[in-house]
Design a protein around this ligand. Sequence first.
Ligand code: MLT
Length: 202
Amino acid sequence: MEHLFIGKNPNKPTLLLLHGTGGNERDMLPLAEVIDSEASVLSVRGNILENGMPRFFKRLAEGVFDEKDLIFRTKELNEFLNEAAEQHQFDRHNLIAVGYSNGANIAASLLFQIENSLKAAILHHPMVPRRDIELPNLAEKQIFIGAGVNDPICSPEESKELQALFEKANANVTIHWEKMGHQLTMQEVQAAAEWYHKQNFS
Ligand code: MLT
């Protein structure tokens, strides 16, 4: 997959950056600086093009996912992460996703579908990726959800549903609310950074 890798302190986690629809591997780089400027960065571009806009999986309509493609692309991304860890020599078990919108949805899908695919995740405005599966055990997984009380794409009910599904699988979830819509604000990124530093990831 198209990607950027920026190697930094090998004793820190690697931040896996996953952009929103229409973004690319450069979009989220400023977030990594705010969250942990010493952490290595793997930033990936989604393999799907929707009217020229990169995405991580196909959709049938806004908010309606092509589930077959989502399952396939989730596996494809996980395999890419395994290869990238070999190629760039980072610890595959110390990967923390930072995703926004479509990127948060594929990160949530990794957590739903593949055991130990991520160590932790910062999900900005994620949706429930699938409703038909039993999640793997997410004990010791730390998850931050950034949500908007007026988000028209991901309703507050859906944010709470996602939190409940993760918690049912034993994850440790923090949900942060902004009085905003689907957009990602600096205030939300800073809340994610504060949360990250409280976890003492190493
Ligand atoms: C998605 O398709 O992943 C969600 O609708 C969010 C978006 O990318 O607009």
